[in-house]
Design a protein. Structure first.
Length: 387
């Protein structure tokens, strides 16, 4: 039976059992990394109202840190890397060496690792409104670099900004899978928010006089326009999928938003006469134990490793990767795999109410305690090394 489009292109835990060695090790109390997120930089061209990483310090990982970290994990069984970030990874530039995104991809590929990329693909304006002075985005990525990437997921956030456009490079579909994603959200003007000047929820409004914090637009106002744009981009670029998801910063609206998005997906898929759009339902729920970071650790641009990329969704995190969720400094990552498995967060019930990976952690907990059938899938799923 073929995997669902959701299980194929998102981290649901469905691919865990394609990795028998890692699951057997976990059952015996030892961790093994399969994939790792590397958030190269928090530099970004835009501040999206829904972004879970609102506070950026202009940090970038040193190139040697990236390669040294990966070399350690390769020794424990690492198979793939996802380049992502609280910023735009293709804008990466090492402050010490000047090496850029092309160099990072080349170094990862030379190590025999598969590569995934999550980006909004937009250029970084460096000098205000001077259109001639900017750091290029896709224009700076060489064709041979794109060919080394297993899959690329482009955020359609450009539709929410003055560009009103999604920037897509020329991709060889025989080598690289193209996908899009879009987050359903509202926008409120918030002049007191120094990082954004806008927020996506009323709960994040700062100004005491909320009458001046008006909604620039609501998601409901844009449904018809967005539906047409999704169809337009599907016809123009033929992506394998378009992932639609609700704003995780609005947990009370998740079910409602998913219903709205499902209606959009049905309409566009009907016009395309095939399933391309799907809705990812990600209601936050604290897991009993936190184990995902053994299988899928996250290296943030601050140099620390985190158990997942949803820890920023916890209200007490204040929209940033924060100290209470740090697993270790990158240089100490080997200790995680040399020591017996434990919950990477001491009390996830209290610390992680915003977790969007409770099912993945539940499955891994069953394996850890010997309560899971480790039978491998009948067929190896597509992109199996991205769990």
């Amino acid at each position: 039976m073929a995997a669902s489009i959701n299980d194929t292109f998102t981290s649901t835990g469905a691919k865990f059992f394609a990795h028998q060695e890692a699951m057997t090790k976990l059952q015996n109390g030892q961790g093994q990394p399969i994939t790792t997120h590397v958030m190269l930089t928090d530099v970004c061209n835009h501040s999206c109202a829904f972004c879970s990483v609102q506070h950026r310090a202009g940090e970038s990982l040193p190139f040697d840190t990236v390669t040294s970290y990966l070399d350690i994990l390769i020794g424990f069984g690492l198979k793939s890397v996802i380049l992502s970030g609280g910023g735009n990874p293709i804008l990466y530039k090492c402050k010490e060496t000047g090496k850029d995104f092309n160099d990072v991809v080349g170094a990862i590929h030379s190590r025999g690792l598969e590569i995934g990329l999550i980006t909004n693909g937009m250029a970084l304006r460096l000098y205000g409104d001077d259109e001639k002075k900017f750091r290029a985005s896709w224009k700076s990525v060489r064709p041979e670099t794109l060919d080394k990437i297993t899959w690329i997921r482009i955020s359609m956030a450009g539709l929410d900004h003055k560009e009103n456009e999604v920037y897509v490079p020329e991709i060889n579909a025989d080598k690289t899978t193209l996908g899009f994603s879009y987050v359903a959200h509202d926008i409120y003007d918030e002049p007191a928010d120094k990082a954004h000047g806008k927020v996506s929820t009323q709960a994040d409004l700062i100004t005491a006089d909320r009458s001046i914090c008006k909604a620039t637009w609501t998601f409901e106002e844009r449904i018809d326009k967005l539906t047409a744009q999704f169809l337009e981009y599907c016809n123009a670029y033929n992506p394998r999928y378009v992932r639609l998801l609700p704003n995780c910063l609005e947990p009370k609206l998740i079910d409602h938003r998913c219903g709205q998005l499902a209606a959009i997906a049905e309409q566009v898929n009907g016009a395309l006469k095939k399933e391309v759009l799907f809705v990812q339902h990600k209601p936050p729920m604290a897991p009993k134990v936190c184990l995902l970071g053994y299988i899928h650790p996250v290296l943030n641009c601050d140099g620390y490793v985190y158990p997942c990329d949803s820890c920023v969704l916890n209200e007490s995190a204040d929209h940033k990767f924060a100290n209470p969720w740090r697993v270790c400094h990158w240089s100490d990552i080997a200790k995680i795999y040399e020591e017996p498995v434990r919950s990477l967060i001491d009390d996830p019930a209290k610390q992680c109410p915003g977790c969007v990976f409770p099912e993945s952690n539940r499955l891994l907990d069953l394996v850890w305690h010997g309560n899971a059938n480790l039978k491998p899938p009948a067929t190896i799923p597509e992109h199996a090394n991205f769990v």
